[in-house]
Design a protein around this ligand. Sequence first.
Ligand code: PRT
Ligand code: ZN
Length: 212
Amino acid sequence: MSKLKIAIQKSGRLNEKSVALLEECGLKFPNGGGKLITESSNFPVEILFLRDDDIPQYVEQNVAHIGIIGENVFLESQKQINIVEKLNFSGCRLSLAVPKETDYEGISFFNDKKVATSYPNILQNYFNENQIKATIEVISGSVEIAPGIGLADGICDIVSSGSTLLSNGLKEVEIVLKSQAVLVSSQNLDEEIQSILNKLLFRIRSVQKAKE
Ligand code: PRT
Ligand code: ZN
């Protein structure tokens, strides 16, 4: 019998809540011990533990049928996959920030400026929509230190409480995107897999409803 393959984050901010959601749906499976793939004992699913950035590609290629990622990772990936459900956890925003002493009067500030980010695709679209011509400096982590070390005039990064910006002398000036965890799916599901997904989705929606 076929199994629905679900990709979730191996470790990080989405891991615990992704595991919890599947457990709340009644799925029993071994979790932990560093296994990268595990099976449920009471539902036809296999769970793959991956880095969140790799999930869109796995899902596009139908290696995983569905996955749980942040909308920010979904959009940045530009992969041909669908959002099937918003999951109401890991809410955050992708924002532009500048050194707090900057005299900021609007988005045109970014014309001819350098902005450091790990989200070049989303940011470029945003600048295009707002007719801003800026240089995007792609870095993969510790984006918040870029202005302080002279690498950029501003940054575009994920913000939740805002305390990281604050402690690096930055202020949030524009929200580029509001994000939350989403369930994504492949566009090439066969009938059997789709029917398992429908059962899981029914449970996910019941769990969500119970929390409203
Ligand atoms: O190892 P892997 O690649 O799988 O994980 P990762 O390090 O890329 O991602 P991870 O675990 O940090 O985040 C996974 C997802 O959680 C993100 O893609 C977002 O959708 C979501 N999320 C929610 C966040 C945050 N909140 C968040 N605060 N992702 C990152 N942050 C970081 C942010 O980059 C910044 O450095 O936290 C800092 C800001 O937090 P505050 O509270 O100080 O504003
Ligand atoms: Zn990642």
